[in-house]
Design a protein around this ligand. Sequence first.
Ligand SMILES: [Zn+2]
Length: 97
Amino acid sequence: MASRHRRAPACRACGQPVIFALTESGARQPLDPDPNPKGNVLAFQDALGAWRVRSLASVEPASRHPLEKPYMPHFATCKGPAQQELPANVTPIRRNR
Ligand SMILES: [Zn+2]
């Protein structure tokens, strides 16, 4: 574990710990909690402790935030069955496979 997570949230589908990070459009995207060099998003924790995430493909290498590391969206690794059946009030996040 790279860091301790206070009250770490867990995925409702599979029970694995996840980070809920805010996308640039303000949605919450679950990420696997540890950096992953194969991940296709960049995430970091801002000064207020909120996780921020954006697509790796949208970021010029020169404009990367110094604290940003690649992370894997949890939907790419989730083993739970419930991810197929999101409640009607939840906007599904496109899976990048
Ligand atoms: Zn899961």
